[in-house]
Design a binder for this molecule. Structure first.
Ligand code: ZN
Length: 525
């Protein structure tokens, strides 16, 4: 049936009016509340986190969203297990009567993925270069080697290249991420994996790696899943000692790892020895999911997903007497925007063709665990999710002229995204540091890795009507507060930039929700 043009116009006009219902001063109270000291930093498994999730569910209900989690609730339980390495952890290497013993945190750090109360091994060490199997780049660091029951030793990152067609050139691919290294080693049946840290290969210093010595939540493992008894890092110095024990030089190992045709090899006669005890603790936490059903008889079986993580770091080490990591910018801002986008969406009449899921995910700060759990256990088949838009951390200093849309250029929606940005007078800026792998560090990636076109909607930093040097000042301030108790709400905050980006995100989702046909899917590597 042909829809009369006038009806279409009214419909688009109504949607436009709806978008303008998203207002700065309606986002503010959510951010103020969610980052209040009473919420104790919204820690996963902590009381404040539970309160945050309840608040968001209540807001979804009040806005008219239906419960959207599988099973008909606003809450999707995400079963986590925290693994803490207990004092007395030992790791070292030995060969031909000589042995090395490394010190916890000083020389090595890590965790266990088997989720048992202890682990010990004394196993052959195999050097596997960058630990990558990437058929599309004809690269296989595991070719011709059996690492079952052994400890693989490797460097993070990927073979360096300026060629866009080889590991995406300068940009980091998923193969370069340390999380991938552990996944591949586990798939290969290794008992352990040790990454030799160097600042250039990791793109950050040892102090960042060392922070992984804290108890780390993991998704609770199902019996039979392959997993590493120990997944760790050693310092460059420890790596040099290990190489020397094998009669090799660290720089030669690195050079070999970067060379096409690399072959994995045993590290001389070296064996790696470790013994650990762990404290395991089950953590109950949840994603909050609301849905607005679409109006089309068939297309309403498909959906657009909006996501923002509600969790932050909770109560932790005090800094200057303050132990509450409020996470106001990271990510009470995104949650406030999510709630207001949901409210505007729910009051639209008629409803868009496709359904819209609004998902406040948990455990982002523990490694995107909540979003990954949602994407792997969605309330509708993943192939019915047309797109996922993620919202994380917004600047409280006013409107800007540009957007950074991490991952949008990898989706077939990009031309549409460009036209919506243009309509919103936003220019699209590329990721300023693709080599840091930001694409893999935000919740949109959890969706992309299961084949859903997904990206994050971020603010650029060219502020409207601000003096020269303002953006630099803001980034300095933001960097200083990042993951600190000083990431706090202030009544001076200007929410107009969040209003701008919630409207922009809303418009993007709306365009996609109303498309007659969805273009082809995404490549997430
Ligand atoms: Zn964060």
């Amino acid at each position: 049936m042909r829809v009369p043009l006038i009806a279409l116009c009214l419909c688009a006009g109504a949607a436009f009016a709806q978008m303008h219902r998203i207002e700065a001063e309606k986002i503010r109270p959510h951010v103020r509340f969610l980052s209040h000291d009473l919420l104790e930093g919204r820690g996963v498994g902590q009381r404040g986190g539970r309160l945050a999730a309840e608040y968001i569910a209540a807001q979804f209900a009040a806005a008219g969203l239906e419960p959207g989690a599988p099973g008909g609730s606003y809450f999707q339980p995400v079963p986590l297990r925290s693994v803490e390495v207990l004092p007395g952890a030992r790791l070292g290497a030995h060969a031909g009567g000589k042995s090395l013993e490394w010190r916890w945190l000083e020389d090595f750090v890590g965790t266990s993925h088997i989720q048992q109360s202890e682990a010990s091994f004394d196993a052959e060490a195999v050097f596997v270069g960058h630990g990558i199997t990437a058929p599309e780049y004809k690269w296989d660091d595991y070719a011709g080697v059996d690492v079952r029951g052994k400890v693989v030793v490797l460097f993070t990152n990927e073979p360096p290249s300026a060629d866009e067609n080889f590991f995406r050139g300068r940009a980091l691919t998923y193969y370069g991420r340390w999380t991938y290294k552990y996944e591949e080693a586990a798939r290969r049946g290794a008992i352990g994996a040790l990454i030799i840290h160097t600042t250039p290969t990791a793109s950050y210093g040892w102090q960042v790696v060392r922070a992984n010595g804290r108890p780390q939540p993991q998704v609770r493992r199902r019996p039979g899943d392959s997993a590493l008894a120990f997944a760790g890092w050693i310092t460059e110095q420890a790596g040099a000692q290990l190489a020397a024990l094998a009669g090799e030089k660290l720089e030669d190992l690195l050079k070999a790892a970067d060379t096409p045709g690399f072959r994995a090899r045993p590290l001389g006669k070296v064996r790696i020895r470790g013994s650990f005890r762990f404290r395991l603790e089950d953590i109950e936490t949840e994603n909050v999911v609301g849905v607005v059903r679409g109006s089309h008889p068939q297309l309403s079986g498909e959906a657009v997903v909006f996501s923002a993580h509600w969790d932050h770091l909770g109560v932790g080490e005090p800094v200057q007497g303050d132990n509450i990591y409020n996470g106001a910018l990271d990510n009470a801002t995104g949650c406030g925007m999510l709630i207001e986008m949901a409210r505007a969406w729910a009051s639209m009449e008629p409803k868009p063709l496709r359904s819209a899921y609004f998902v406040a995910v948990t455990a982002e700060e523990s490694g995107l665990l909540g979003s990954r759990f949602f994407a792997e256990n969605p309330p509708l088949p993943a192939e019915k999710i047309a797109a996922a838009l993620n919202f994380d951390s917004y600047s409280p200093y006013g409107r800007v002229r540009s957007a950074v849309l991490t991952g949008a250029e990898r989706t077939s929606f990009f031309p549409l995204v460009q036209s919506v940005a243009e309509r919103h007078q936003l220019s699209i800026r590329p990721d300023p540091r693709p080599e840091a792998g930001g694409y893999y560090r935000s919740d949109h990636y959890s969706f992309a890795r299961v084949g859903i076109p997904a990206f994050s909607v971020n603010m650029g930093n060219d502020y409207e009507g601000k003096p020269a040097g303002f953006a630099e000042e803001v980034s300095k301030k933001t960097a200083a507060n990042y993951h600190q108790p000083t990431d706090e709400y202030s009544k001076d905050w200007d929410f107009s930039g969040m209003e701008q980006f919630a409207r922009f995100g809303f418009a993007l989702g709306l365009e996609i929700a109303n498309l007659e046909k969805i273009p082809a899917r995404v490549d997430a590597r």
